[in-house]
Design a protein around this ligand. Structure first.
Ligand SMILES: [Zn+2]
Ligand SMILES: [Zn+2]
Length: 436
């Protein structure tokens, strides 16, 4: 088998890996970079008017034969590990004849982004893979392993071909709500792994991650102590975190308010997965839905009025939130700001920031935090934990899978692998071919 990392050997994000035999070529992830080569933030708006050809020339898209246009040597499949942009963001450039594989809930989350956000990145009629159900693409076989990660429905893969076995970790951690999956993987690992292609986002940092249970306890203590409204600002699709907020809210005896975006998101995930997630329904009496204007409009435009009216029995109005402020826990995002400007009683509540703190330097987060903390005198609290593995968890994966060789990916610190994990390590460059 041949392995080529088109992008991701020397950065966090933009993962794109090609694994091939003489007969078959498979691409794992086709992500948008998070950073420019000088490590400043990558902003695709600067490039999106360019043609595919020009994007390749500028090194924005990797130069991959048979991916963008018809070619006798076509890529046979693209496998997306999880619904984060740095793993699927360039999928619109893949020519239509190439089959795309993704988890069913992951696909649902991408569809939801196109309804509620300006994102036009979509995957029409993909194939759905499932946990531990092996699929064959030509003479390469792939077994997906469900992961613990801040993205819902994230996977690692065992990839077999030409008598070799590669394990690609995708993005993962062990301290989230699905941490047990990693325990299971390392207790009964796939055997004889030749190469472990492992992410190292948190290498270089020394922090041990808090678990989602720790986060839930911190939130509970804040909710119990507060006499004001509790607003939690978090990543839109971090479902583990929504569950932590919900559980703490329930235990504190408060009302859990979701706006139409989150209400629809959770309802769809319950429909698609059958998981026991909180969502507006008779089974979750303390979950209420706020009909935020822009999300309501987006939902009606995309799917019609009935979809919105299905939330009517659980509706809470802006005035009801304002009057019952001391009983409310609400998940918030930038688009909701105008609604809070019309609430008069909420000053001095808790503003709980549950994201990477670096985003506060950027708009619209900067203005949002400023409005609550400075203008409305909210108490600021930082309650967060990373979506990625810390060093002990990375070590646990390396020791559990016990590969013959380790290959760094999704890291700024590839030179640390050798020393930290004590394994023969191959530090590839982007585009370098490894004959396995
Ligand atoms: Zn990533
Ligand atoms: Zn990710």
């Amino acid at each position: 088998m041949n392995l080529k990392i088109h992008r991701g050997t020397n950065e966090i994000g933009g993962n794109c890996i090609e694994i091939s035999t003489a007969a078959t070529r498979v691409l794992f992830d086709f992500g948008m970079p998070l950073v420019e080569p000088d490590k400043s933030e990558f902003n695709f708006n600067k490039y999106k008017s360019l043609s595919t050809k020009d994007l390749i020339k500028k090194n924005i898209l990797p130069d991959i034969t048979g991916l963008y246009t018809e070619d006798p040597n076509m890529i046979d499949a693209v496998i997306i590990s999880h619904p984060h942009l740095d793993h699927y963001g360039f999928i619109n450039y893949v020519q239509r004849d190439i089959p795309i594989y993704i988890g069913k809930a992951a696909h649902e989350l991408i569809k939801i982004s196109t309804i509620f956000t300006p994102s036009q990145i979509s995957i029409s009629s993909p194939y759905y893979y499932q946990y531990e159900k092996r699929i064959n693409i030509g003479d390469i076989s792939i077994t997906p392993y469900l992961n613990d990660h801040s993205a819902f429905d994230a996977y690692s893969f065992l990839i077999e071909g030409d008598g070799k076995r590669i394990f690609y970790s995708g993005d993962f951690r062990g301290h989230g709500r699905k941490g047990k999956l990693l325990d299971t993987l390392v207790k009964t690992p796939p055997e004889n792994i030749d190469y472990l292609l492992m992410e190292g986002t948190n290498l270089g940092g020394s922090k041990k991650n808090k678990s989602e249970d720790d986060i839930q306890m911190e939130l509970l203590s804040l909710f119990n102590k507060s006499n004001g409204i509790n607003l939690v600002y978090q990543a839109g699709q971090n479902i583990d975190r929504i569950v932590s907020v919900f559980k703490a809210c329930k235990e504190a005896g408060k009302i859990f308010v979701l706006d139409v975006y989150y209400a629809y998101l959770l309802t769809q995930l319950v429909k698609v997965t059958g998981n026991k997630l909180p969502y507006p329904s008779d089974g979750f009496k303390n979950v209420k839905v706020f009909f935020s204007s822009s999300a309501s409009k987006s939902l009606v435009n995309a799917l019609g009025e009935n979809e919105l009216y299905s939330f009517q029995p659980y509706k809470i109005t802006r005035d009801e939130i304002d009057q019952n402020f001391d009983k409310i826990v609400m998940i918030v995002r930038g688009a909701l700001l105008p609604h809070f400007k019309k609430m008069n009683n909420i000053d001095g509540g808790n503003f709980i920031y549950s994201l990477w703190e670096g985003y506060q330097k950027k708009q619209p987060t900067k203005a949002f935090v400023h409005y609550f903390v400075k203008d409305r005198k909210f108490n600021y609290h930082y309650v967060h934990s990373s979506g990625h593995a810390d060093l002990p968890t990375l070590t646990k994966m390396v020791n559990g899978l016990n590969p013959k060789k380790l290959i760094p990916i999704h890291t700024f610190k590839k030179e640390e692998y050798k020393q930290k994990f004590n394994k023969p390590t191959i530090e590839l460059k982007d585009g370098e071919l490894l004959q396995c």
